[in-house]
Write a protein that binds this ligand. Structure first.
Ligand code: NCD
Length: 304
């Protein structure tokens, strides 16, 4: 594969995922602040975040800077020319004159693709609305491999807002390249879109949709929690009714499956209780650290 744009996890074969994992592992000492690199010296990444972000933006920017590259930033639609009515394609054409790679987060599905089609420099999708978040899914796979030593043979539960969570959509797309069993736990209103189940059927992978978190915990090696995505609801009353659907607590996991790994893309807003933080299987802050190494891998592959 030629690593240019990273727009959707649909673009990856298993061998691509493995290559990114290999590259990421190489960059761990840099991500862990033990080494400073110069591989990306002279390169500029444009970081365009038109939706809130802490981890993804700062993780990409850290990855770039610790490998010697530089960053230019536009944050918040209200401060950019998009507020004046500029199209994403024109914004991309402008940024192409400044930067070597574009990382973009935007509320519209397909936004990163729209930019990529307008320019020759690589564009990385850092979250397109309720669409996809490919680099998060890559770091999630990397984290499971690190925590468990493998992906094949595992049972992985996904819990929460499976309808709107772009991290879930991308995660399922990548996991279908492995021999996994998936368990989906969501309120009726927030179930995983059928298209993703269809893709699992095509691969003859086993999955089940259940509503009982305790049962899911019992059966799973990895439990991936998600936030109910408030910003995707047109009716906030519906959000209020659903927001506390599932909560992972220390009492629950210690009793039911103390060996499980618990993941979350963060931010959490109540669905993982604070007493989970020193549970040894809680991997959500380790995911953050792994994210820098994975993004270093991606940026260096793209810049080759
Ligand atoms: C996620 C996102 O933005 O999709 N966060 C992240 O990038 N780590 C998850 C979320 O916002 O719930």
């Amino acid at each position: 594969m030629k690593f240019t744009d990273i727009l959707s996890t649909e673009q990856f074969k298993r061998s691509d995922i493995e290559l990114i994992m290999k590259f990421a592992a190489k960059f761990e000492p840099y991500a862990q602040k033990k080494k400073q690199g110069a591989m990306l010296a002279g390169k500029i990444m444009a970081s365009l975040f038109y939706e809130p972000s802490t981890r993804t933006r700062l993780s990409f920017e850290t990855a770039m800077k610790r490998l010697g590259g530089d960053v230019i930033t536009a944050v918040g639609m209200e401060y950019s020319s998009i507020a004046k009515g500029e199209t994403l394609a024109d914004t991309a054409r402008t940024i192409e004159k400044f930067a070597d790679v574009i990382v973009v987060r935007h509320p519209l599905i397909g936004s990163a693709r729209e930019m990529a089609e307008a320019v020759k420099i690589p564009v990385i999708n850092a979250g397109d609305g309720a669409g996809e978040h490919p680099t998060q899914a890559l770091l999630d796979i990397y984290t499971i491999k690190k925590e468990r030593g493998k992906i094949d043979g595992l049972t992985i539960a996904m819990v929460g807002d499976l309808k709107h969570s772009r991290t879930i959509h991308s995660f399922v797309n990548l996991l279908r390249h492995y021999d996994v069993k998936l368990i989906f736990v969501a309120p009726d209103e927030l179930k995983i879109p059928k298209e993703y189940l269809k893709k699992l059927d095509e691969k003859r992978l086993k999955y089940e949709e259940i509503s009982d978190l305790r049962l899911a915990c019992k059966k799973s090696d990895v439990i991936y929690m998600t936030r109910i995505q408030k910003e995707r609801f047109s009716n906030l009353r519906e959000y209020e009714q659903l927001k506390n659907s599932y909560v992972m607590s220390r009492g629950l996991i210690e009793k039911i499956n103390p060996k499980a790994i618990v993941m979350h893309p963060l931010p959490r807003v109540g669905e993982i209780s604070l007493d989970m933080d020193d549970f040894k299987g809680s991997a959500y802050f380790r995911q953050v650290e792994n994210g820098v190494a994975v993004r270093m891998g991606i940026l260096s592959l793209i810049s080759q």
